[in-house]
Design a protein around this ligand. Structure first.
Ligand code: MN
Length: 279
C-alpha cells in the first residue's frame, strides 16, 4: 500500500516493510538456490535496494508495489480445492499456554470445535460448488459464511498466540498502533472493552484497512456478523464461551486480561507487513 504522498518517512517505512517481508518469505520458504521463485524474490530484493538508493519517481514506486503484489500472489497462491479444507495443526502443544489457557480448553477448542467448522465448511462447499444444490443454495451459503469464517478465524487465532509472548507490540506493528491509537495502553484498553462488550458468542478483532491504510477494532457476532468488509484481520480474540468457560466460568473479563500474556506479536507484525504490502 503506497500512500506516501510527499512524506519520505512513510515512504522509507514502506520500503523497510517490503524488505522485511521479502526476508521473512525467504526464511519461511527455505527454497533451493535455483528455485524459480527464489530467483524472482532475489531480483525483487535488488529492485527495492535500487529504488531506495535513488530519488525514485512515483511511477517507479507504483511499479515496485505492483510487482510486489504479483509476487505475493505467486507465493501464497496455493489453491485448496472446494470441500478439501483440513484442520491446521496447533503450532504448540495443548498445554503450552497454561496457566492462562488450560490444556483441556485448548484440546477441545482445537480438536472438536475447530474441526466442526472445517467439516461444516467442506460440506457447504460440496453442496454449493460440486453438487450444485441450487434449490437449497440460500441455506448452504449461510453455512459457508458461518463455518468458513469460523475456520479462517480460528486458523489465525492459534497463530496469534504463543507461550513465548513479548507481552507488548514490537517492530512495525508497534509503530502503527502508536500512530493510529495514540499508545499501546490506549489500544489495549479499547480492544479489551470491545472484547468485553461481545454478547454471548463472538470475536474481538484488530484489522488493517488497505483502503484507509490504518488499523481498526471491530467485534464480530458468531463468526460472521458485523464484520467490516475489505479489511484484513491481524489479531483476533475468541470470546465464545467455549474459549474460556471450563477454566474461567463467568469471569470473561479475567480470561481477556490473561489472554494478553500469550499474544504472539511476531505473528501480528508479519500479518501487518503482509497486509500492508499485498493488501
Ligand atoms: Mn472458538
Amino acid at each position: 500500500m503506497l500512500h506516501r504522498g510527499d512524506d519520505m518517512k512513510e515512504f522509507n517505512l514502506y520500503l523497510s516493510n517490503l524488505e522485511k517481508w521479502v526476508e521473512d518469505v525467504l526464511q519461511k520458504l527455505n527454497l533451493e538456490d535455483n528455485h524459480p521463485l527464489n530467483q524472482s524474490i532475489q531480483s525483487y530484493r535488488e529492485e527495492i535496494a535500487t529504488v531506495r538508493n535513488k530519488n525514485a519517481s512515483v511511477d517507479e514506486l507504483k511499479n515496485l508495489e505492483l510487482k510486489g503484489r504479483k509476487l505475493f500472489k505467486q507465493i501464497t497462491g496455493r489453491r485448496i480445492p472446494y470441500g478439501e479444507h483440513q484442520l491446521p495443526p496447533l503450532p504448540y502443544p495443548y498445554d503450552a499456554l497454561e496457566p492462562y489457557i488450560s490444556k483441556r480448553i485448548m484440546e477441545l477448542h482445537h480438536s472438536k470445535h475447530h474441526q466442526s467448522y472445517v467439516d461444516g465448511l467442506n460440506k457447504a462447499e460440496q453442496e454449493i460448488y460440486i453438487k450444485k444444490s441450487s434449490s437449497e443454495i440460500k441455506h448452504w451459503l449461510r453455512e459457508q459464511a458461518f463455518n468458513g469464517s469460523g475456520h479462517y478465524l480460528h486458523s489465525i487465532f492459534w497463530k496469534n498466540m504463543t507461550p513465548n509472548s513479548t507481552k507488548e507490540p514490537i517492530k512495525q506493528i508497534k509503530k502503527q498502533i502508536e500512530t493510529d491509537f495514540g499508545s499501546w495502553p490506549n489500544f489495549k484498553g479499547t480492544f479489551t472493552e470491545a472484547a468485553n462488550s461481545v454478547e454471548g458468542v463472538g470475536w474481538a478483532i484488530l484489522f488493517y484497512s488497505p483502503k484507509a491504510n490504518r488499523l481498526g477494532i471491530q467485534t464480530i457476532e458468531k463468526h460472521q456478523l458485523f464484520s467490516v468488509s475489505n479489511t484484513l484481520p491481524l489479531l483476533v480474540l475468541d470470546v465464545w464461551e467455549h474459549a474460556y468457560y471450563l477454566q474461567y466460568q463467568t469471569e470473561k473479563g479475567k480470561y481477556i486480561d490473561n489472554w494478553w500474556n500469550v499474544v504472539n506479536w511476531e505473528d501480528v507484525n508479519s500479518r501487518f507487513i503482509n497486509a500492508s504490502v499485498a493488501g
